[in-house]
Design a protein around this ligand. Structure first.
Ligand code: ADP
Ligand code: SF4
Length: 687
């Protein structure tokens, strides 16, 4: 039963000629599936519609070969042959009574056109914004006319494909229309350059063109970045953005407003909390009578209601919350709030698009597997015959496996060695900025605590003898991993013997209070060869001790992989702001009790620095002793009643938390399906 407080979220909203059935709006977001995996894309969007999102949007959709984002997999509408792929999506969305929206995009100086080999287009002659050695050409009047024509053609094709809402997109510092708006990209002296009135001209023209072309049946949405956090260098919400919206206030049927660039729009929970865009977007409704949608990692129904009631938004926009829980609206509708699987704000989903593959989600292992494997975020079919399972280890992998098996009516015993659940997410969520990661544990524990068929045991470190004594037929070992103490990683492929001479801690030591207990008083050196988030988070812990902190890495920047989660810039800035000295391009050459010798990874030059404590963040090893011990006793399995023993998660191979959750889900599904999980190919299909 829905709580009446939430009724307002289920009111229909008129958007020009169409009506959204409620206020839940899945704004355009990338999936890494795009034009190359159209059935996967359609199935993913269809599940969102089934879950109650009143509007479901595509990702950005290239309208022409001069906007070729290859090697990324965005959506594509270059010509009529692209219509059938997108029609798959509109059909999947309409099946559940939702509206389908398409974000038409020309990417201007943001697309190097690697595949199409066309010369990029921009307001002025400038170099493209990627590292490609490519320059964009200044558009002349004929180019502007041609671009307007391409946009109209794409809008018509979108209508033919069945879309209800067609976007005109000026955001993320990625689109031609925004490039015209920004004085740092637009140096023209004609009527499309100079004053803001001139720079907004093309935006206005394209909105009008799109309305003329498809506005009879489609709503015209505008996506506009109201703040770039660049000061006078960019668009400021209280200056230029207000002027633009005042100038165009009633022209679209919907304003979709957000921060730019993407790293500002999709901030991680380490750097921003829910509704972080509110201060920048709340003014928009005072300038237009048209509906306004905005984002900000909204997962709390109360926040959503407040934003509507306070007149800050008309529709609750979401990308990541809709990925983590495609059924979020339905759960609110049915009063099942505890079942909402809240996004943790880790941006692993974003990394999928940035590495040009179908994305994955830490919280929702079924994301992007709806077509390929036939997985559904909510539905888990009961097997013909249920079976008992023993899960050893209560981290993300073990908890997810147990949750899925229990939901399918199997009896599950789960034993955890320590006195708390959650494994690495419990440890890491206590580190600076990572508190929301505990949601991975909390959501699963809540599910397991509701049912009769899960037996949960803490403080139960199981040995091989214990497992044989239990005699449960199916055993999953989810015992996790531990950080290496020998320096091995990417830069060092052999153990470093000299580490014995100094004071060395691993991340596991630090997470168990190792730095607080450390008797040394000189500099703490973080050696980060892991290259993602943890080294920098531990540097923050080290700074809190009051000792000098030096961050040493073999790479040329701090945490390079975090570029894929849009965090690299913020992480490096944070360390600089905290006074951490950063030493790049360096690996370890020697150590004694007071110093560390570093070696330049390019030239081999040596340099000595003071070091009282070295924290090694290099690589992890599986905690698979139990697996080895059980295998050594295989002859006893049959008598004990064991049939199948499987390693899952980090115990199989240490990786992302997302991979451990996925491993837990896959284990459970495969065990119940008898290993016959669907695996459909979806590449380059002629749909
Ligand atoms: P994953 O990410 O694969 O779930 P984690 O390291 O987060 O791995 O969690 C593994 C969990 O397994 C930890 O909570 C750890 O205490 C527990 N564990 C390790 N060995 C045993 C064991 N022999 N018996 C029960 N639990 C164990
Ligand atoms: Fe949220 Fe992380 Fe899932 Fe993305 S991957 S939707 S940020 S939980």
């Amino acid at each position: 039963m829905r709580n009446p407080i939430h009724d307002i979220l289920f009111e229909p909203v008129q958007l020009g000629p169409v009506t959204a059935p409620n206020r839940f709006y899945q704004v355009p977001h990338c999936t890494g599936m795009g034009y190359r995996y159209p059935r996967s894309e359609a199935a993913h969007r269809g599940v969102k519609a089934a879950g109650g999102w009143g509007v479901v949007s595509t990702q950005e959709t290239e309208i022409h070969p001069t906007s070729d984002l290859s090697s990324s997999n965005e959506a594509r509408l270059w010509d009529d042959r692209d219509i059938p792929a997108l029609r798959l999506m509109t059909e999947a969305v309409h099946e559940h009574g939702s509206l389908a929206a398409i974000q038409l995009a020309h990417n201007g100086l943001h697309s190097a056109n690697r595949y199409s080999r066309r010369i990029p287009l921009a307001p002025s002659a400038v170099v493209v914004d990627s590292n490609d050695p490519v320059n964009a050409r200044a558009m002349d009047k004929a180019d502007i006319k041609a671009f307007r024509g391409w946009h109209v053609d794409a809008a018509r094709r979108a209508k033919t494909a069945g879309f209800d809402i067609v976007y005109v997109y000026a955001g993320h510092d990625m689109t031609l229309l925004q490039h015209f708006l920004l004085h740092r990209h637009n140096h023209r002296t004609d009527e499309y350059g100079g004053s803001l009135q001139n720079r907004v001209r093309l935006f206005r023209e394209v909105i009008a063109d799109t309305r003329d072309a498809v506005g009879d049946t489609c709503a015209i949405a505008v996506r506009f970045a109201v703040e770039e956090l660049l000061g006078p260098e960019g668009i400021r919400h209280d200056v230029e953005a207000r002027e633009v919206i005042e100038a165009l206030a009633e022209e679209p049927d919907l304003w979709d407003v957000n921060l730019s660039d993407w790293s500002n729009d999709s901030q991680t929970s380490r750097f921003a909390k829910e509704a972080y865009q509110e201060p920048y977007t709340e003014f928009v409704k005072s300038v237009t009578t048209k509906p306004v949608v905005g984002v900000g990692r909204h997962t709390s129904p109360d926040t959503m209601v407040r934003l509507i009631r306070q007149g800050k938004l008309d529709m609750i926009g979401a990308a990541r919350p809709s990925i983590a829980d495609p059924y979020l609206p339905r759960k609110i509708d049915e009063g099942r709030l505890e079942e909402i699987r809240e996004c943790i704000g880790c941006n692993i989903c974003v990394s999928g698009d940035n590495t040009c593959v179908p994305f994955r989600c830490t919280q929702n292992p079924t994301a992007a597997e709806e077509w390929r494997r036939g997985w559904h975020p909510e539905i888990i079919t009961r097997p013909k015959q249920t079976e008992p399972y023993l899960i050893i280890g209560g981290g993300p992998a073990g908890l997810e496996a147990a949750r899925v098996l229990v939901k399918a009516d199997n009896d599950v015993t789960i034993a955890e060695a320590s006195d708390h659940w959650g494994g690495r997410v419990t440890a890491e969520s206590q580190l600076p900025g990572l508190a929301e990661w505990a949601r991975v544990r909390d959501w699963r524990m809540w599910q397991l605590q509701q049912v009769q068929n899960a037996e949960l045991y803490l403080s139960s470190p199981l040995s091989a003898a214990d497992v044989l004594e239990y005699g449960i037929a199916n055993v999953a070992i989810a015992t996790g991993s531990y950080w290496r103490r020998d320096g091995m990683g990417r830069a060092h492929r052999q153990p470093l013997g000299f580490l014995q001479k100094g004071n060395v801690l691993t991340p596991d030591d630090v997470m168990q209070g190792g730095l607080e207990r450390d008797a040394a008083s000189g500099p703490i050196i973080i050696f980060d060869d892991d290259r993602f988030y943890l080294g920098s988070v531990l540097a923050e812990v080290a700074v809190a001790t009051g000792r000098a902190v030096v961050f040493v890495t073999p790479t040329s920047m701090v945490a390079p992989w975090s570029d894929f989660t849009l965090e690299q810039h913020r992480i490096q800035k944070r360390l600089i702001d905290l006074g951490v000295e950063i030493v790049a391009n360096s690996k370890l050459a020697d150590m004694d009790s007071a110093s560390l010798t570093l070696e330049c990874v390019y030239a081999g030059k040596l340099r000595q620095i003071d070091c009282a404590t070295l924290v090694l963040v290099t690589a992890r090893l599986p905690n698979d002793q139990l697996w080895d011990d059980l295998n050594a006793r295989q002859d006893d399995w049959q008598d004990a009643g064991l049939r199948k023993v499987t390693r899952i998660g980090d115990c199989y191979a240490p990786g992302l938390i997302a991979a451990a959750v996925y491993g837990g889900y896959k284990y459970a599904r495969t065990a119940m399906d008898g290993g016959d999980a669907v695996l459909r190919e979806d590449m380059n299909v002629n749909v």
